[in-house]
Design a protein around this ligand. Sequence first.
Ligand code: PMP
Ligand code: GLN
Length: 416
Amino acid sequence: QARRLEGIDKNIWVEFVKLAATYSTVNLGQGFPDFPPPDFLKKAFVRALSGENHMLHQYTRAFGHPPLVKILAQFFGKLLGRDLDPMTNVMVTVGAYQALFCCFQAFVDEGDEVIIIEPFFDCYEPMVKMAGGMPVFVPLRPVSGSEQNGKLMSSADWQLDPAELASKFSERTKAIVLNSPNNPLGKVFSRGELELIADLCVKHDVLCISDEVYEWLVYDGKEHIRIASLQGMWDRTVTIGSAGKSFSATGWKVGWTVGPNRLLQHLRTVHQNSAYHCATVAQEAVAQGFQRELELYGKPESYFIQLPKELQQKRDWLVQSLDAVGMKPIIPEGTYFLVADISEFKSDVSDVPDSDEPYDSRFAKWMVKNKGLAAIPLSAFYCGAHKNNYNHFIRFCFAKEEATLKAASDILQKWK
Ligand code: PMP
Ligand code: GLN
């Protein structure tokens, strides 16, 4: 075994996908929709697969199928208010996962520090370590008093301490990973919060790896702000997106990066020597999906408008059912995840052998085995040293059919 693999052999998704498959009747664990992708996207895939153009079964351009990079350049060019060159400012990857992997491999040297905001999407830490880097963690903390008067907490109540964040930047800092909307909390970073991060990046000449896979999933009229659009940030930011999240097709594994050529040229070096490219037919179908979305941009028929509208109702429904039984939810401003407080929700977790495993993790395992309901412990989104800092929360995915959410609510109501 290579040294770079030491200590990163465990994976929360591998573990909980197996637990859910074995025990769950209702799976609100791993993040994926149990409803189908939109018809226009499925039809585009079928056309790509069985149409006249049999070249779609063969290799395509390494850094992205030309129709896809062209439409992504147009689409994100419009959002960022700048002309993007499809060949140099966009690169298609095997999901957002591979985009992240390319970033760490391309920019992080032995001993470089990478700042990660906790709680974080779990793969950032092992990926930084595999590149020889040192993850440096800075927490979002719930601001005190936000739960008063019986009001539910919002993901907006989880905030960075500006002085603490600033203290993490040093000459060894190579990059910061930003994930807004944030998985698992659902926090959508405000302009002020993004400006704070941007100013520190500029001051310390640090790169920003901006994971925006939930860019369309924002609620209550909130605005998703792209950090690459802030003063001084375009040149130092790689923005990452995912067709899996944008079009409810996580199994397609189509992702992308958008950024300046000075950074993307190095991502291309990693990519051409690893994955090379992702499935041509899937890229062709996603290109057609974006073509449609560009034509309907901002209109009510746009999937990027419709999906969050539907998800907001699902969120509200799950918030209500959790609150009704005393599993206090933190209302997410974005993503399709919701974190709930299990501390008032006592149960007998004694059949799981006592260990130094955080309580939320033991609870989640107990819950799937005894109640048939799968969710993810929040400690999975903290580094080893911090796993017990917030160990009485679990994360639910609400990108689910009504019947699935209803079944989850039934389990909760019958709990006691
Ligand atoms: N980043 C975040 C924050 C995620 O939640 C996920 C999981 N969907 C990914 C990246 C990976 O995305 P993909 O499925 O496109 O590889
Ligand atoms: N991003 C998804 C989640 O947070 C799952 C990722 C995975 O299964 N590897 O649930």
